[in-house]
Design a protein. Structure first.
Length: 284
């Protein structure tokens, strides 16, 4: 081995030892390398391009809700693997893997607490859990969150992030669309605010149901929101779609989203919106 190769190997060894993977985050948009600690302290937003990264329920609760104010709403048991589905892997094994990966029971988690001292129920979908897909458990969790909001007469806020319905549960997953719609109707009849925060990505059956039935629709910047994918739509209508189609900003321009709010301003915005809606309910 030449002296040059020896020096190169030593440098590579030192670099690998002193810069482990868990020190850095690579932005999915601009591909900048950012210190992981800096990225997390910046609310999982790239400091270079402002790309809003995907975050899970626990991180979201900590960012949005008042410190030490929130507690988890217990899960209601549902039938698992009702179709005994198997593709490349058994559905039961996929569930087990997702639970080990995320530490959660399924893709929608509810918590009860306050945001700037305003009582509320907050549900967060976790895209890391099988793409945030909607099945029996997600549908039941949504209904449970709505019922808790009804009981306590406080707003229900849902953070959506999903690839759509869960194919492993077949028609049972699609049945969650009307089920969640009925729960929203109950909130509306009681005058309870239902606020939707659309995060990246929100697609499929979730978009076709509760994600678009809120009293107010807020989105994080750059979030991809739609029903079918862009390529599927273009192949169907045989036309080129506009630039930025299905982004939060495009939907805001065309009236499907009420506001696009930076993550650092989201907590204050939610408190303001809840204050307005609850004041209207009291006045009514």
């Amino acid at each position: 081995m030449s002296w040059l190769s020896n020096v190169r190997n030593k440098i590579a060894s030192i670099t690998k030892r002193e810069t482990p993977d868990n020190l850095w985050h690579k932005c999915k948009k601009c591909e900048a390398m950012v210190f992981l600690k800096e990225y997390e302290e910046n609310m999982h937003i790239c400091p270079k391009c402002e790309h809003h990264g995907r975050i899970g329920p626990m991180t979201r609760f900590a960012q949005i809700m008042d410190e030490n104010s929130w507690k988890m709403i217990p899960w209601a048991a549902v039938q698992e693997d009702p179709l005994k589905f198997k593709d490349q892997k058994k559905y039961a094994d996929r569930l087990k893997d997702a639970r080990n990966k995320t530490g959660e029971q399924d893709a929608l988690i509810n918590a009860q607490g306050t945001i700037e001292n305003i009582p509320c129920v907050v549900g967060v979908q976790d895209f890391a859990f099988m793409g945030g897909s909607m099945g029996l458990a997600v549908g039941q969790a949504f209904v449970d969150g709505a019922k808790r909001a009804l009981k306590d007469q406080c707003p229900y806020i849902i953070f959506t992030a999903a690839g759509g319905a869960r194919m492993q549960e077949g028609i049972l997953s699609l049945m969650q669309m009307p089920k969640t719609t009925v729960a929203i109707s109950m909130l509306r009849e009681a005058g309870i605010p239902f606020i939707v925060v659309l995060t990246d990505p929100t697609t499929g059956g979730v978009t076709a149901s509760y994600a678009m039935l809120g009293d107010v629709h807020i989105s994080e910047p750059g979030a991809m929101i739609g029903f079918a994918g862009q390529r599927v739509i273009e192949n169907t209508i045989r036309e080129k779609l506009p630039e930025g189609f299905q982004t939060a900003e495009y939907l805001l321009e065309h009236g499907m989203v009420d506001m696009v709010v930076h993550r650092k301003e989201l907590r204050a915005t939610l408190a303001q919106v809840m204050g307005y809606l609850m004041a209207w309910k009291t006045a009514a």
